[in-house]
Design a protein around this ligand. Structure first.
Ligand code: SAM
Length: 273
């Protein structure tokens, strides 16, 4: 009999947000593969789990895969946890799961907390369709390029961000998506300083830039999808203008971009020239 690899979600803050099944599984497996054993041990002890631990993180995942597969083939059950929430969601585990599945071994989900879904559940933004973007790039140019690619996305967009970069990220979102696009900042969910602010990007960016307390901790930013409104037309107009401007004089590029997108020609010309 081969063992199973359990992918177990753990809390994103409040230590009691763990399912009864997660606790049972973490107690009964032979070994728990954790991203950071020092981080996870207090949580495990809090729930009376003293299972042996091994480390699987971004830097050793390739090597750890062979060890885990050997254990599974020997009949041991293994659980994978990350520092918070659901493994593989902006966390290690993808290589491991792919390799274990490729061996024909069983991978079992033990679902639970995920910051993106927790944030979506309280944001009050359309939730029937959404896209998860995870972390934006740390470099400003790469971050803006990615945001540009999302400017006409019509589904609710979910980003992860750390407090250190939240001011820059919100400013870029405001510039690319437009000042009046609806957005929500969900910070420190399930923790003492849990905050959920829902405001258009202009006021959200200004508020967070002016309040150091809102720049601390872990953040999820949700942005409403582009609608058929003036902001969306302007965003698309700017994008088309920038492309045409590479080949044409500004006035001609603005005229064409305005005709293609319905954005006001004057605003494109002023913005782009
Ligand atoms: N695997 C995790 C999950 O299921 O949500 C995400 C891990 S990722 C390395 C960490 C990021 O998730 C943080 O930078 C933040 O964007 C988000 N996050 C995690 N916990 C959070 C919380 N309590 N409140 C808000 N965002 C959180």
């Amino acid at each position: 009999m081969t063992g199973s690899l359990y992918i177990v979600a753990t809390p994103i803050g409040n230590r009691d947000d763990i399912t009864a099944r997660a606790v049972q599984v973490l107690r009964k497996v032979t070994v728990i593969a954790a991203e950071d054993t020092r981080h996870s041990r207090p949580l495990l002890l809090h729930h009376g789990i003293d299972t042996a631990l091994m480390t699987v993180h971004d830097h050793n995942e390739r090597d750890a895969v062979d060890g885990v597969i050997a254990r599974l083939k020997a009949g041991d059950d293994v659980a994978l946890i990350s520092d918070a929430g659901t493994p593989l969601v902006s966390d290690p585990g993808f290589r491991l799961v792919r390799a274990v599945r490729a061996e024909g071994l069983r991978v079992v989900p033990v679902p639970g907390p995920c910051a993106a879904i927790a944030a979506l559940s309280v944001a009050g933004l359309p939730s029937d369709r959404f896209v998860f973007e995870g972390f934006l790039a740390a470099k400003a140019s790469a971050r803006r390029t990615r945001l540009q690619a999302l400017a006409t996305e019509t589904r609710t967009i979910i980003f992860y961000e750390s407090g250190h970069r939240i001011v820059e990220a919100l400013a870029d979102m405001r510039d690319v998506f437009g000042p009046s696009r609806a957005a929500v900042l969900a910070r420190e969910l399930t923790k003492i300083y849990e905050t959920v602010i829902d405001e258009p990007l202009q006021s959200l960016a200004t508020r967070v830039a002016g309040d150091p307390d809102q720049q601390k901790g872990e953040c999820v930013v949700l942005v409403a999808g582009a609608g058929d409104d003036a902001d969306a037309r302007l965003v698309e107009g700017k994008r088309v203008f920038a492309l045409l401007r590479e080949e044409l004089p500004a006035s001609r590029a603005a005229k064409l971009a305005a005709a293609i997108t319905g954005a006001p020609r004057k605003e494109l010309y002023e913005v782009g020239d």
